[in-house]
Ligand binder design. Structure first.
Ligand code: IPE
Ligand code: IPE
Ligand code: MG
Length: 253
């Protein structure tokens, strides 16, 4: 079922009472948005950054605590080098332009993914964004960049294995919590809801461990057109879901 906004830009549409703690967003559809208007795909990505800004602002306004956005996957290297380069340049521009404001808004930035293959200046900028905002507490923005869920799990497994080999952890202690604690997202709760725009109904390797019990909300809107009304619509959809985590409905017992 797709969630669509009940109305566009209606200021009276209040945020639902039971807000999720952590929202993950698969920001998909930039290329199609541009192609549809006869524009180069890179323009779709540029507009996608504007939609990201709007979404972070809306998330802050609605009182969310954690938002993780999927910006570049480990599989996106399969795209032409020119498109990969354009995506990297947009990340550079975003950090250079927005970091000061985000810092002043008490936003803490975390970065999830591998540094493997990334240009050194991108790694340095990501480190800078994380360290500059590390004391902030009001809103947590996770940027999944050069991120793949399976790659993250494999890296976590290597970290845990090293601790076992070095005697810091026993085999018996190697349980689900130990794996979670060694993921890039260890300081974030599991996402309550994952929103995917752009008409595809899949996770595409996003937070595959953490999404075991996430509510999935698929929206037809292409990412550059996403804004506060869509976020509110997704929250309404989430609040209408019954989460059972393998148990029974309340009242069924
Ligand atoms: C999402 O938009 C952005 C990234 C994957 C980096 P796409 O570029 O995948 O847009 P479509 O799916 O081709 O329309
Ligand atoms: C997922 O979108 C990755 C990001 C949004 C960064 P894709 O466009 O890469 O996913 P697929 O290829 O359609 O599965
Ligand atoms: Mg896509």
């Amino acid at each position: 079922m797709s969630a669509q906004p009940a109305s566009t830009g209606d200021p009276k549409l209040a945020a639902p009472a039971d807000l999720p703690t952590h929202i993950g967003v698969i920001m998909d559809g930039n290329g199609r948005w541009a192609t549809r208007s006869g524009l180069p795909r890179s323009v779709g990505h540029e507009r996608g950054v504007d939609a990201l800004r709007k979404t972070v602002t809306a998330g802050q306004k609605l009182g969310l605590s954690y938002l993780t956005v999927y910006s570049f996957s480990t599989e996106n290297w399969r795209r032409p080098a020119s498109e990969v380069g354009a995506l990297f340049s947009l990340l550079r521009a975003f950090i250079k332009k927005d970091l000061k404001r985000l810092k002043s808004e008490d936003v803490r930035i975390s970065v999830f993914g591998t540094r493997s293959g990334l240009p050194q200046d991108i790694c340095d900028l990501l480190d800078y964004a994380v360290s500059e905002t590390s004391e902030n507490t009001r809103f947590n923005l996770g940027i999944a960049f050069n991120y793949g869920g399976r790659e993250e799990i494999a890296r976590a497994a290597r970290r845990v294995a090293r601790k076992v080999m070095e005697g810091e952890l026993s085999l018996e202690e190697l349980d689900q919590d130990a794996i979670s604690a060694h993921l890039d997202t260890s300081e974030f709760p599991d996402p309550d809801v994952i929103i995917r725009t752009g008409q595809e109904h899949r996770l595409s390797n996003f937070l595959v461990w953490q999404s075991a019990y996430s509510e999935l909300v698929f929206m037809d809107v292409l990412w550059p057109d996403f804004g506060e009304p869509h976020l509110k619509a997704a929250l309404e959809t989430f609040s209408a879901r019954e989460r059972r985590f393998g148990g029974l409905s309340s009242g069924a017992a």
